[in-house]
Design a protein around this ligand. Structure first.
Ligand SMILES: Nc1ncnc2c1ncn2[C@@H]1O[C@H](COP(=O)(O)OP(=O)(O)OP(=O)(O)O)[C@@H](O)[C@H]1O
Ligand SMILES: [Mg+2]
Length: 328
């Protein structure tokens, strides 16, 4: 065993190449022991690839990764013994009941029948699945399946748990149940690495965040640090007439001398702005050009804005943009 015990995960220059695609392109990730660490990034950023390498399900093309002090390639078995994983796609036997799936998960991880059953019942209760526990999983709703899948990764407590988009597709109440379970794990001294597309989830859940794009780290820090790293205020303008957005963007860029980001909403523009006077001047320019403004806000950037500023695209809007391209 090597490495720094304060770090549950440490990667150096991790690269994964699939044919022409560099899914990971020199990823340096560090995760502190005992924390919830969020990995954020748009579709295709490399989140699942990174998680699979760390969980020893994939081999990196180059670079190295230490998980709980063990090299993921040379000491894969040692890593595997100490981690739990919920993947982005389900790992359940749909022809068994939820209860049977959880009991099996416990048995596979060395619990005897009685403790495995007790733990399964406790998890069904915690995830509010008791009522459907004796039904075949194939009859579950998407959200129920997702919850039982996450529950299965929590049957035994692991030092490090990987959760790949644990709450995607869940309704708000189910999401907060999953969050609560995750928090309990960390209270018990565990470490959680989770990927998410939900910025509010990252903001509320994660102690630390790593933003990735194109297989590389674009920013890291606590949610608060990331937000203040873009301490400049942000002026968000909602135009009455979306067809004048390009013109408005040019005017604003000239007035403020800063970059303007076009959001995927065709009437919206974001401008980084040093002070309120500049904001007033910028809005004045628009008025003089006869471009009418429906609404505007001046404020601290949200994590979404930070992400947009760093990567040029929003995490959530990718699919919508792709759909728009298809239609265009
Ligand atoms: N088995 C594979 N063969 C070829 N390319 C792959 C394979 N798996 C992933 N990729 C590509 O690698 C890149 C990173 O994919 P990955 O699944 O890690 O992204 P992600 O960040 O998890 O995205 P999402 O938010 O959609 O889950 C993508 O361009 C993807 O198409
Ligand atoms: Mg993924």
């Amino acid at each position: 065993m090597t490495g720094n015990p304060a770090l549950a995960i440490e990667t150096h220059e991790l690269v994964k190449v699939y044919g022409e695609t560099r899914a990971l392109d020199g990823l340096d990730l560090t995760v502190r022991t005992g924390t919830i660490h969020g990995v954020l990034g748009p579709n295709g950023a490399g989140k699942t690839t990174a998680m699979k390498i760390l969980a020893t399900l994939l081999r990196p093309t180059s670079g190295n990764a230490q998980v709980l002090g063990h090299d993921v390639v040379r000491e894969a078995a040692a890593v595997r013994r100490r981690i739990g994983l919920t993947g982005q796609t389900m790992a359940l036997d749909e022809d068994m009941t939820g209860l049977q799936n959880l009991i099996l998960a416990g048995r596979l991880q060395g619990l005897r029948h009685r403790p495995a059953t007790a733990r399964a019942e406790q998890l069904l209760e915690a995830f509010e699945l008791t009522e459907v526990g004796n039904r075949l999983v194939k009859t579950y709703s998407g959200g129920q399946k997702r919850r039982i899948d996450v529950a299965a990764s929590m049957v035994v407590t692991h030092e490090l748990l990987f959760l790949d988009e644990p709450t995607t597709g869940l309704d708000p109440r189910s999401r907060s149940e999953v969050w609560q379970m995750i928090r309990v794990l960390v209270q018990d001294g565990g470490t959680v690495l989770l990927t998410t597309q939900y910025l509010d989830e990252a903001d509320q859940m994660a102690d630390d965040l790593t933003l990735i794009d194109h297989g590389q780290v674009v920013a890291r820090g606590t949610p608060a640090e990331l937000k203040t790293s873009r301490a400049d205020g942000v002026l968000e303008v909602l135009l009455t007439d979306p067809s004048r957005r390009a013109e408005a963007g040019t005017l604003l860029a000239r007035a403020i001398g800063a970059g303007v980001d076009a959001e995927s909403d065709p009437s919206r523009l974001l401008v980084k702005i040093p002070d309120a006077d500049q904001a007033a001047r910028a809005l004045g320019e628009l008025a003089r050009a006869g471009i009418s403004v429906e609404d505007f806000t001046l404020g601290q950037p949200s994590l979404d804005t930070v992400f947009l500023a760093l990567t040029g695209h929003s995490t959530l809007d990718d699919t919508r943009e792709e759909e728009a391209e298809v239609r265009a």
